[in-house]
Write a protein of this length. Sequence first.
Lengths: 358, 313, 367
Amino acid sequence: MSLLTRRHFVRTAAVGLAAPALLRGARAAEPLKVGFVYLGAIGDYGWTWSHDQGRKQLVAALKGQVVANYVENVKEDASAIPVMKDLAQQGNKLIFTTSYGYMDQTLEAAKQFPDVKWEHCTGYKRADNVGTYNSRFYQGRAVTGTIAGMMSKTNTIGFVGSFKIPEVVMGVNAFTLAAQAVNPKITTKLVMIDTWFDPAKEAAAAETLANLGCDVIAQHVDSPAVLQVCEKRKIYGFGYGADMSRFAPKAHLTASLDLWGPYYISRAKAVLDGTWKPDDTWWGFKEGILGVAPYSKAVPDNVRAAADKIIADTKAGSYEVFTGPISDQSGKERVPNGERMKDADLLVMDWYVKGVQS
Amino acid sequence: MNAAFFIDAIITVVAVTTPILLAATGELVVEKSGVINLGVEGMMLIGAITAFAVAFDFGPDLGDFAPWFAVVCAAAAGAASSMLFGLLVLTLGSNQVATGLALTIFGIGLSSLIGAGYVGMTVPSFDSVFPDWLVADPLGRVLFGYSPLVYFALIMVLAVGWFLNRTRSGLVLRAVGENDLSAHSIGYPVIRIRYAAIAFGGALAGVGGAYFSMVITPMWAQQMTAGRGWIALALVVFAGWRAGRLLAGAYFFGILMTLELYAKASGFSFLPSQFWAAMPYLMAVVVLALMSARNVNRSDAPACLGRPFLPSS
Amino acid sequence: MRIRFEKRLTPSRFMLVATPVASVLLTMLLGAVIFELIGFDGPNAIYQTFITPIVASYKWQDVATKAAPLIIIALGLSLGNQAKIWNIGAEGQYIIGALCGAGVAMAFPNGQSFWIIPLMIAVGIAGGMAWAAIPAFLKTRFRVSEVLSSLMLVYVALQVLNYLIGGPWKDPNGHNFPQTPPFTPAQQLPHTLPGTPFPPGLAVAVLLTIAFWIIMARSVYGFSVRTVGAAPEAARYAGFDASRTVWSTLMISGGMAGLAGILEASSQLGQINLGFPSGYGFTAIIVSFLGRLHPIGVFLAGVILAVTYVGGQVAQTVVHVPEATAGIFQATMLFFILASDILIRYRIRVVREAPVAAAGARAGATA
């Protein structure tokens, strides 16, 4: 009779229910190996650092189920293919290639390792085992653009970019549109340095923009050079991808943050569950892969409120920076009043909005 | 377009020009002695990482003295790496072109290796050491607002010009570059002079590299000199191996590079930007051809440039 | 006690072959020691870099893919180097050749016929030759050093590439990224020859190696090239025109570089984008020297350098050494081989008595 006390019953039931799980666990003891191909060094406090933070979050969230490997400083040429194949060879079953320039290489490696799931960041080519993922970086630009528009005293803001690719164009346009929304007199001076990596040229571009009257400068380049110039010239700037305030404590107002953790966790779970499909994912604030760094002391309260409102409205879906009327540099209207631009148009954007001097 | 506009532009041009001027001045001396060292890019990177690493590691202990010490270390590192080149080329008689290229590849790799631990770090910028009141107004800024390395570069190119053209030692060095066998028969130590020239070139290349990691962008990133070493080589050719023309040519290149950015920022690019980026190299080739066309019997290049020293006795 | 270099009566053939081998072995040894000192697993790093690509059969395709363009370019360079004509601009000729071939592909977007690939290759070779013709012209007409002119043109070629793929030749379906439209299947060579892990480029490399060997060892032209380099005066007496040698060697090496470029674009990448310049043109210079300017040596040296590239990446993933180490190994091998050049023409003598005269104690060997 005493064996049928509730405690005993519960304990037995728990063991009974747990048994199948324990058995399943014993069979699936092998953790999922996840590989990461990085463009730069994980210490760069920029693009690669953010991806690596995502990796760390993945490993922490799915502890025991997932093991992650990474390779840094992989060049975006044909030599990336052997690296990807090596990762596949070493048993990684889910591999993230974290830069646009790995697109064709990912597809090639994927062909040779069809049972590995590949995810290419910021690309557009997919296959049966290759998915793509991107972040709505432009939503972050809308936030920094709002801040820039409210804080610029010269009504001239600057942007240093590398190449005229859609991602950068979207960023420039979102930055400008958001600034113009709070300050219609804003013009954006844009310099594309036409190279992926040249910190000295980025710095010279920033100096030039400052010389021409910009007092807030945003950037889409791979080093903190622009911010360092902003600090020296006592003007403002924004970090991109990560909090870069260590390079420019006074100039750095805030930064858009790339928070890849949630995406990596979701994809790893999908592979573990067996539900992984090649997808084209484009998440943003709402889904948690985009964030904003803490505002610096220089940002006044009203600006903070405005910026926070943009974030909140974006998450709620009531705000979209690419909402008409939007005209291009020649004055022609591209997006009618009230209409939101479609994703497909954004992804091939090659024109700048009115107010951008390029 | 007021005075402030021009002053800002001048300051930007100076920043762009200085590292190239430093490296080219050093290479000028090397080539004047008859040796061509294509390892400039590698030596600059070694200088850049050395300066940064020293400034970062010893900054807290040395305080204000740190950047000076870092630059000296960069010069030493550049000179040391150039000695590797010198040993192969002068004592072991190896091919100068291949050895120089090997030095560049080695310098890129070594600096990346050492620098791996310094990515994402920063040091205080090595800026003007003049008192604030002097740098306050625009005129003060354009004259005194620069990093000490800028003044060092200007002094160096003028000193090298004076040395080569107005001193006996400079004459000897030039003689070694023009006709090493004759110089040798007169009794000049050709090899030793070339070693000294190579070391000098390495030291200045190292300082040029330090300018990147200490002044323009106080941080370390792989291959942060982004090809400036090759522009410096082009500059020596473009200047016809003359110091005065080197100074003018360096600033000419600097103005071109800055003009490209100004044009972009102001909204006009009447020629594709790649054209501007190719300009320094195209001009170097054109100048090379023009120089030889003018001098029917000889070009301005030191006659022994690139040829190994082969005394018959 | 002093070390003297004493000129040999005839160049040592033993040293000719032993020094490259020794260079590689010494680099491996030095590398293992230094990495151990820095804190990595030195021997394992060396093993992954140098041995794994050779023993692991799944790596052979990568090694062959990397070796083919290196060998093709280096064969052309070696010819010129024997005549003491230094083509440093192979990277530029590689790029221009590939661009010209891609231009043909884009001019015939629906080309299905069998001739499209041979045409692309022919135009690719012609493009490389044309780009090399500029330094050749400047040298013969203006006595401009081909070292400087060909080098400057590399950076011009890079800008031409950026301009074309970002502007007039941009892929209309490429989401505005700087790249050419992808080649159609008819315009692409297979990644590997069917049934083998080897790319078509490797077959070309093998054939060219044999061809160059025959030319350099057995033809009058090869002899004239060697003579122009070794004894210009004698060459003149023999009637070998130095100008013509400049033109022919530069054009041949430019053509080889262009060939490597279009082969790479057509069989490996299927289009040209910003990642196309891989530095093969510069690495081929190392290959040429490591191979002692001899076609068979060049072939082996190309394989060795490809091994270090591929192995360097393996070491990066397995031992976590930085990606930069491959470059350090390659430069070190080159340093060793350049340093050991002197041993071919001179032997080392340890002299116990004080030297009588200083003159002649240090003599440079020609490379």
